[in-house]
Design a protein around this ligand. Structure first.
Ligand code: AMP
Ligand code: MG
Length: 303
């Protein structure tokens, strides 16, 4: 053990400050272009209305080719940052993905996290709770999957299901789910104070786009396995779900765990915007390689 290990593992008190104005950038067409991701962040204390956010927005990207080039560059940088995070072993990143059916959670994970060292990344999906999960407190199954130091963890669905499907389908009384927004904020604050940075991404598609995507699942034999007739029941409750998403986003976007509304009708733009948000967050976290042991210059490897 190194003598000064204690200092390196010290965790700052209080929630980690979120630097909303930090920007990332690229050399593009021979010019340095800054990329802002805070346009899609829901500022704490403000209220968004999903109907006013354009799901067709492409965030300045010119088209698929442009997006593919940028995504490749960002992925390389995410990979490099992940290596530092892993080596530093002091902080962790939790990326929460929520969306309606066909919103693109699976595709986003596949495209954005491709190429990351599998050892440093975990993806957890949450379905209807098992008996064991249901027998515990409502946040138990999420807390036990929260990232360990050095890790990037992606939640495909999350603690927010407890105020989304549970609310819309009235699986518990209103007075029970009403308390959960505050519980979720407290839960996320506990994680943040323990060195976990959290970003929450809502993939925003239109009702028409969902129709197209459900149709495509029926039309393509190798997509049919993804189609569940129950999805139509959820589609019939579209407006209730939109309201539930809005409440979750407006009541739970905090400095320590911000929500982003990601325009997601165009998959290529969605992937880049998500990748930008992940990269920017990692750059804000600024993970560093641990200091080397003293005396390495004098080391001679024995024969
Ligand atoms: P999928 O992610 O499409 O495989 O489906 C998972 C299903 O589990 C969705 O229909 C979710 O609404 C449902 N689900 C996830 N979490 C919960 C929960 N806490 N209570 C009830 N249903 C849930
Ligand atoms: Mg589904």
């Amino acid at each position: 053990m190194r003598a000064h290990a204690g200092a390196r593992f010290a965790i700052p008190a209080g929630p980690l400050p979120y630097n909303a104005h930090a920007t990332i950038g690229y050399i593009r067409h021979g010019r340095w272009e800054q990329v802002k991701v805070e346009d899609f962040r829901v500022k704490p204390g403000t209220s968004i209305s999903l109907a006013e956010i354009d799901p067709d927005d492409t965030a300045g990207l010119k088209g698929k080719d442009d997006a593919r080039d940028e995504l490749k560059k960002i992925r390389m940088r995410i990979s490099a940052m992940q290596e530092r995070l892993w080596a530093e072993h002091r902080q962790s990143l939790l990326v929460v993905l929520q969306a309606t059916d066909t919103g693109g959670k699976d595709g986003t994970i596949k495209h954005v996290f491709k190429g990351i060292n599998p050892q440093g990344c975990r993806v957890w999906g949450f379905k209807v709770p098992s008996q064991e999960e249901a027998d515990h407190d409502v946040l138990w199954r999420y807390h036990r999957r929260a990232p360990a130091k050095g890790m990037i963890t992606v939640f495909n669905r999350s603690q927010y299901e407890e105020v989304l499907v549970v609310r819309v389908k009235q699986l518990v009384p209103k007075k029970v789910w009403e308390q959960r927004y505050e519980m979720i904020n407290q839960f996320e604050e506990i994680l943040a104070r323990s060195g976990t940075r959290i970003i929450k991404l809502y993939l925003h598609i239109s009702k028409d786009e969902q129709k197209e995507r459900l149709r495509a699942r029926l039309d393509q034999p190798d997509k049919r396995w993804k189609f569940s007739i129950g999805d139509l029941d959820d589609r019939a409750r579209w407006d209730d779900y939109q309201r539930a998403f809005e409440d979750a986003i407006n009541r739970c976007s905090t400095d320590y765990a911000p929500w982003y509304v990601i325009p997601a009708n165009h998959k290529w733009a969605r992937d880049v915007i998500v990748a930008r948000a992940v990269l920017k967050t990692l750059e804000d976290m600024n993970p560093r390689f641990p200091p080397e042991e003293p005396g390495l210059d004098e080391v001679v490897i024995p024969d």
